[in-house]
Design a protein around this ligand. Structure first.
Ligand code: SF4
Ligand code: SF4
Length: 387
């Protein structure tokens, strides 16, 4: 079956232009009412990484983007809950991003998922995990709206709509899965298992300002100026990947999800409406990690296993930037981070390269080093325009 994804220009987060772009993007795919009846109970899954960060850094789905979607949902009398599973100690993790204030103004319930608990559900056709604990608030909704953020990712290369649903499981479990699935292939299969439990009814992607480089939290913001929408989250990811320069099937979550019938990844099976893809592609969008899905398809399995293992990025602390906040220490289940003289230090031997420490560091103090083979693969790939 063909999927439809709308791509609409949006120059910034000013309310009028943002509202117009989001309404157009939704109209082009049939409108909210085509998937959710007025008055429905809706859970809006934002991308809100911990610790909190200002929206200008492009780490979180911009609260003004979410606000415009909430206005439309309120017009339809939806019973709305906004949330993510965020970690904070002693302070409100939603304050710094502006979500607390925005949802208060809108009169919409904003929750940290752990406050309402999780329930165990079976993963249909699970390939890495047979079951998983999912947010009760998300499970009890009539439908999920996935408000993804367009970002690169140092481990999975890309993070969008499918990976955003990883946030509906408890933080402690996410860390355990990082530890249990240190390779991209198994980790991506696990992400698709989680996604399969709760595929969203509707996906909107905040690609107004995206993150390039060392995403999902350490790269610079880059204006892309687009809103994407679709009922098929996998297709939305596939279109977004194409816009920033990933080839078909490069991103394993997209490919695995499509192989399991959870959506469409082939661009020739997706009706892109609004802007034409060739008019909105972003030149030179900097990537964080090499998309190993590309190599997996092109190399014999033994060579692929050898090469892909050497493409992983190695975290190192830049002591001059480290403020000793201990976030990396708390998140590392491999016991690879030491705090010494108020600074973090990463031990090479126990490190499993999950890059959770990099994701939580808001001081950009964790640098990622590529091994020589990885640098060579990336160099020749760029020379020959393979990735
Ligand atoms: S490396 Fe980053 S996360 Fe770790 S203690 Fe230093 S500033 Fe905090
Ligand atoms: S040091 Fe960082 S990359 Fe290494 S295992 Fe710990 S959290 Fe993961």
């Amino acid at each position: 079956m063909r999927s439809r994804v709308s791509v609409v220009r949006c120059p910034g987060y000013e309310s009028r232009e943002l509202s117009s772009s989001i309404v157009t993007a939704l109209d082009l795919i049939g409108g909210i009412e085509s998937v959710l009846k007025p008055g429905s109970k809706v859970f809006v899954k934002i991308n809100h990484l911990s610790p909190g960060s200002a929206p200008e850094r492009a780490i979180v789905t911009h609260p003004l983007f979410t606000r415009e979607v909430l206005c439309l949902l309120k017009d339809l009398n939806m019973d709305v809950t906004v949330g993510d599973d965020i970690q904070f100690e002693g302070e409100d993790g939603y304050l710094v991003s502006g979500y607390r204030e925005m949802c208060r103004e809108m009169g919409v319930r904003l929750i940290n998922l752990k406050s309402e608990g999780f329930r165990k559900v079976l993963c249909p056709g699970g390939q890495a995990i047979p079951s998983v604990h999912i947010s009760a608030a998300a499970l009890d909704a009539d439908g999920i709206i996935d408000l993804a953020k367009l970002k690169t990712h140092a481990f999975t290369a890309f993070t969008g709509a499918v990976k955003n649903m990883f946030g509906v499981i408890p933080c402690g479990l996410r860390l355990k899965y990082h530890n249990r699935f240190p390779r991209n292939e198994a980790f991506s299969r696990m992400l698709v298992d989680v996604f399969s439990c709760l595929p969203p009814a509707l996906t909107l992607m905040d690609a107004v300002t995206a993150m390039e480089g060392l995403g999902p939290s350490g790269g610079p913001a880059r204006t892309v100026g687009l809103v994407l929408a679709g009922r098929d989250a996998v297709a939305v990811d596939a279109v977004a990947q194409s816009i920033i320069g990933f080839g078909p099937d490069d991103i394993l979550t997209t490919r695995y999800a499509a192989e399991r019938g959870l959506g469409t990844a082939r661009l020739d099976s997706i009706d892109v409406v609004g802007e034409r893809l060739q008019d909105v592609r972003v030149d030179g969008f900097r990537k964080a990690a090499f998309p190993v899905g590309l190599l997996e398809r092109k190399l014999p399995s033994a060579i692929y296993a050898f090469v892909s293992g050497r493409l992983i990025l190695l975290p190192e602390v830049a002591a001059d930037k480290c403020n000793g906040c201990q976030e990396c220490f708390k998140v590392c289940l491999a016991d690879a981070v030491r705090m010494e003289d108020g600074k973090a230090r990463i031990l090479k031997k126990p490190c499993i390269h999950c890059l959770c420490c990099h994701e939580v560091c808001r001081s950009n103090a964790i640098k990622l080093r590529q091994r020589l083979l990885g640098r060579l693969v990336r160099f020749f790939s760029s020379v020959f325009k393979i990735a």
